[in-house]
Design a protein around this ligand. Structure first.
Ligand SMILES: [Zn+2]
Length: 175
């Protein structure tokens, strides 16, 4: 690593700490030549394998862009999306290590997105799972209702029920 000030390649580490929940190490360095101090970050690369066999580095901004489209008009903030992308990366690293198939990224997005916003979840799932008919939406909503019913015992006719609102926005009849 060259010193940003004098381009010398000799420096010593003066401080070192793990950051980003242990997935990266940040080092404070001092140039032996000019005493300039600078910081380096070392993290393990997460590789994404596409269907055509090409690999590329995982990028959170791609997740944010993809999920952001599904969240349009729903009041989801940029910070919410950043937190979601961080959680997605953490869960992928925990489950897949340093390499993941591109298709599995969508799968890792579904669960945290469901918790963030149910309508965005349905939009995203309809693309990811290639919904072709209203029956596909009905099946997904039935599963969501089942999951939320077992998670808490809210009144099933509660008009603020997010799943009910989601189904109404999509014009899906649940009865
Ligand atoms: Zn220097």
């Amino acid at each position: 690593m060259l010193c940003p000030a004098c381009r010398s390649d000799v420096s010593r580490v003066v401080d070192s700490r793990t950051v980003e929940s242990g997935s990266a190490i940040r080092r404070r360095r001092e140039c032996t030549n000019c005493k300039n101090r600078f910081t380096t970050v070392e993290r393990s690369v997460l590789l994404v394998t596409k269907r055509n066999g090409v690999t590329e580095e995982f990028r959170r901004d791609k997740v944010i862009r993809g999920v952001g489209r599904a969240c349009q008009g729903l009041g989801v903030s940029e910070d919410d999306l950043k937190v979601l992308a961080h959680d997605v990366e953490q869960s992928i690293r925990a489950r897949h290590g340093s390499q993941v198939a591109a298709d599995d990224i969508g799968l890792a997005i579904l669960e945290p997105l469901r918790k963030l916003n149910v309508v965005a979840y349905l939009r995203f799932a309809s693309v990811y799972k290639s919904f072709k008919s209203t029956e596909d939406f009905e099946r997904e909503i039935a599963m969501l209702r089942k999951a939320s019913d077992s998670a808490d015992s809210t009144d099933p006719v509660d008009p603020s029920d997010p799943v009910r609102r989601a189904s109404e926005e999509h014009g899906v009849n649940l009865t």
